[in-house]
Design a protein around this ligand. Structure first.
Ligand SMILES: CC[C@@H](C(=O)O)C(=O)SCCNC(=O)CCNC(=O)[C@H](O)C(C)(C)COP(=O)(O)OP(=O)(O)OC[C@H]1O[C@@H](n2cnc3c(N)ncnc32)[C@H](O)[C@@H]1OP(=O)(O)O
Length: 322
């Protein structure tokens, strides 16, 4: 899909960088489908865990930096509107398991991505693992009291569903760069991204049934959308380990990395090869195009770009080559 076609080469800008995209909202491209609060108040999770002061008001867009602020590392590249931003999950001692603090940091990362509007967001894990899901030790401590109360689980599920829906609905194209394991919640995070890149040896596994629960972060429905109902049921019921070959066959993996490259390096190189100068203003419209509810919506998106600087630049370049 991102392979460089002859036509794409022809249309590539040679000298001038393209103008920076204004933030999504001013282009009316903010296509968030899940209104804040639809899954309850996500700030409830923050408050419940008591690791943050009660949020001021309930502004769901506010970025409230978690005191931990270390395990989800946001790399803003060359700034707002850049071609690529990156999120690295960095807790290698637990195979990048997500603690409650990190779930809050992930929310902040997604909000930052929405605000700074890069063309692509690459999500990866440190130390050769993507993410081993929720940190089971911390979850036990923080949200599994002895009285069998379900409140903590519900708050976590609402929080993570809210965060991952925002990631999916954000106009930035997101890529899960998977080395090693994407297990449990890690698999759910991977399916919230628009594409999955896997290096040899990477594997995706929905271990939830082995843990005695169902998917809590919206990952079951997303999986069915990606691999089809039957394959999703198979993966979920048996907690099957899906390796790269199977993931490619089922449409769960979009790119396979060569042996000697990490998934993140591979996808970054691929993106930079396709967009050698800077971000294309068109990139952040594609999700809105494929999700358009009507021809009118698609026409309106097209019109947003028509005769604008990037279009004129590429058009003239193509004409001059004729
Ligand atoms: C809604 C989502 C939520 C849910 O379903 O409720 C979840 O996500 S629950 C968590 C689901 N995830 C798992 O069950 C994965 C468990 N981990 C593994 O299967 C393996 O660790 C691995 C990811 C396949 C890696 O295997 P390996 O390379 O052999 O490493 P180790 O197994 O030796 O692990 C090293 C170290 O990391 C700790 N670890 C691993 N995963 C987690 C985790 N999810 N939470 C907390 N800690 C984790 C593991 O215990 C080892 O610790 P030490 O023994 O102290 O070294």
């Amino acid at each position: 899909m991102l392979a460089v076609s002859a036509a794409a080469r022809l249309l590539r800008p040679r000298s001038l960088p393209w103008p920076r995209l204004p933030p999504a909202r001013s282009l009316a491209l903010d296509r968030r489908k899940s209104p804040p609060g639809i899954y309850g108040n996500p700030s409830k999770f923050r408050t419940m865990l008591d690791f943050l002061p009660a949020p001021a008001g309930t502004d769901p867009d506010a970025i409230v930096t978690s005191p931990a602020a270390s395990s989800i590392v946001y790399d803003g590249g060359s700034g707002p509107g850049a071609l690529i931003h990156k999120v690295e999950i960095m807790a290698p001692a637990s195979k990048n398991a997500l603690t409650p603090d990190m779930m809050v940091e992930l929310e902040d990362a997604v909000k930052r991505c929405e605000k700074e509007a890069p063309s692509f967001l690459v999500i990866t894990g440190a130390g050769g693992t993507f993410c081993s899901g929720a940190n089971i030790r911390m979850a036990k401590e923080a949200i599994m009291p002895d009285d069998q109360s379900t409140d903590g689980g519900q708050a976590m599920a609402e929080h993570m569903t809210f965060v991952l829906n925002r990631l999916r609905d954000c106009s930035t194209i997101s890529v899960a760069a998977i080395d090693g394991a994407a297990y449990g919640g890690g698999a759910e995070l991977a399916t919230a991204c628009d594409f999955r890149v896997m290096s040899p040896g990477a594997r995706i596994k929905h271990v939830q049934s082995k843990m005695g629960v169902t998917t809590g972060w919206g990952g079951g429905r997303r999986l069915a959308e990606i691999v089809g109902r039957r394959n999703a049921l198979r993966m979920l019921t048996f907690g099957e380990t899906v390796d790269v070959d199977m993931a490619v066959r089922w449409g769960l993996c979009d790119y396979v990395t060569p042996e000697d490259e990490t998934a993140a390096t591979f996808i970054e190189n691929l993106i930079r090869e396709e967009f050698p100068r800077t971000a294309s203003p068109v990139t952040r419209s594609w999700k809105a195009v494929v999700d358009a509810k009507s021809e009118r919506e698609e026409i309106d998106l097209f019109t947003t770009h028509w005769n604008q600087p990037a279009h004129r630049f590429r058009f003239d370049e193509a004409m001059n080559k004729k």
